[in-house]
Design a protein around this ligand. Structure first.
Ligand code: DAH
Length: 360
């Protein structure tokens, strides 16, 4: 017995004096490891008589428990100390002056600016941001979104297909941000409220189309989400985005494989004297597509359509930027011409937010 308590005192002293996690691990290996001192005692139990085992076994197990507890406690202390030490060495001196040259010359690209504006507006409405990869499986880009096998969007003319991998699977550059809906429903439990901004790709190029462009997807899933909610959200979004007191929108029946019913959204505008204005006028401009998530899509993503329902929408980010900031050609967005960026870009520290103003 006294041997055991001596051993215990020695081990606990070693634990207490271990100065970092590696030293502590060495103590653990030397005691509870396969060839450790406590493990050796435990394996000796087999050779004892039943009576000895009863008393000795209990004592050795108590020793083991106390060593274990001391290790856990010491590890927590060392972890905390290591973190403290790291934080001390990694501090950033925020009082250092900003380099004026970078500030004066650098510009934020309008696509980044508009994406930040979207994030600020939807965060205020309780949405979080979801992301997915640019290289997507055919299954997530099309099949799970209820595209029939012969749907024209799968055609070579629209979609960039990658060469098949070793398993024969042919990936695609995602043609829209809708596969992020699939990823979100597969990985989160409703209620879901996300926006998914990101790059998308289609084999297309003219004044208003580029092979790579940007979309933002929205997705809301719960037990009672309906088109009325969707209309309100889009109106609130457009008011905040175009920084106007009121907008009218209208829904026109349309078709998307992944929504039923599907509608296209037009926003009220005026085109007087060649200038596009929102929140006034008699004209309409198409702004995106939306609808109630198709029951097949819910099922494909593991949700019971008898319990859950929801809506989704998709809008072009570049198009929003062109409308708000008055560019007529999309192609220069991606030509990396510094003169263009100087003219249309935003100052680096003027981050958009709802309090300070989005485009201020
Ligand atoms: N994915 C569509 C496209 O790229 C846009 C879209 C339409 C997204 C309707 C949606 C939606 O979520 O409900 O053309």
């Amino acid at each position: 017995m006294s041997d055991l308590s001596e051993l215990q005192t020695a081990i606990l002293a070693d634990i207490a004096s271990a100065s970092d996690e590696a030293a502590l691990e060495a103590v653990r290996v030397a005691t509870l490891g396969k060839k450790g001192s406590v493990s050796a005692l435990l394996s000796g139990l087999g050779k004892m008589t039943p009576d000895e085992r009863k008393t000795e076994g209990a004592a050795i197990n108590a020793l083991k428990d106390s060593v274990n507890a001391a290790l856990v406690a010491r590890r927590a202390i060392l972890k905390e100390a290591a973190l403290e030490a790291r934080l001390k060495t990694e501090t950033v001196d925020v009082t250092l002056p900003v380099r004026a040259r970078g500030l004066a010359q650098g510009r934020i690209h309008p696509v980044t600016q508009v994406t930040d504006e979207l994030a600020a507006i939807f965060a205020d409405m309780g949405f979080s941001i979801a992301e997915g990869p640019d290289i997507e499986s055919d299954d997530y880009n099309f099949t799970k979104l209820n595209f029939p096998p012969d749907h024209p969007a799968r055609d070579m003319h629209d979609t960039f297909f990658l060469n098949p991998g070793a398993d024969g699977e042919r990936k695609v550059l995602r043609t829209h941000t809708s596969p992020v809906q699939v990823r979100t429903m597969l990985s989160q439990k409703p209620p879901i409220r996300v926006i998914c901004p990101g790059r998308t790709y289609r084999c297309d190029s003219d004044q208003t189309h580029t092979p790579m462009f940007h979309q933002v997807e929205g997705l809301v899933i719960d037990r009672s989400a309906n088109l009325g909610h969707l209309k309100w959200i889009l109106e609130e979004f457009l008011k905040a985005f175009f920084e106007v007191a009121d907008v009218k929108i209208r829904f026109r029946p349309s078709y998307f494989p992944f929504t039923e019913p599907s509608v296209e959204v037009d926003v009220q505008c005026s085109r007087k004297d060649g200038e596009m204005r929102f929140g006034e006028g008699e004209d309409w401009l198409e702004i995106g597509g939306c609808g109630m998530v198709h029951p097949n899509v819910l099922k494909n993503c593991g949700l019971d359509p008898d319990v859950y329902q929801g809506f989704a929408w998709g809008v072009g980010i570049d198009r929003l930027a062109m409308l708000k900031y008055g560019m007529s050609d999309l192609r220069p967005f991606f030509e990396a011409d510094v003169r263009w960026l100087k003219h249309y870009g935003f100052r680096p520290l003027d981050l958009p937010n709802l309090v300070g103003g989005l485009s201020a």
